[in-house]
Design a protein around this ligand. Sequence first.
Ligand SMILES: [Zn+2]
Ligand SMILES: [Zn+2]
Length: 129
Amino acid sequence: MTETLKGACLCGGVEYEVRDPEALGYCHCTRCQRWTGSSLAGVVVAKENFKFTKGEDLVKRYESEFAPRNFCSNCGSSLYDDLGEKYFVAAGLMRDLDLDPSFHLQVAYKASWHEIGGDAPQFAENPPA
Ligand SMILES: [Zn+2]
Ligand SMILES: [Zn+2]
């Protein structure tokens, strides 16, 4: 079944659609913490299944060392982390998302005050390929 989720940033200037979301998980790396203020809950999607439906001209890209970060230049909402073939799309922007989290990445770098709940697998860095 093809599932399409809609996302919108805080100001509503940017909207997008995600088709066939593959998984929901958390990244606890220090880069995501600085980008979002805590861990990044994200949806893994093939880049060809992500498209902007409004406000693409507002989207700015921060070229960080590993994965470029894309955000709304008006309100600052984190939109997605560009991993190349896959995007890691900020889950909080998609109000109809109902996947259960299935992984925690980069747990070795998580904030000491962040207690991870649930029983999704936790990986110190990335999961073994
Ligand atoms: Zn915005
Ligand atoms: Zn991260």
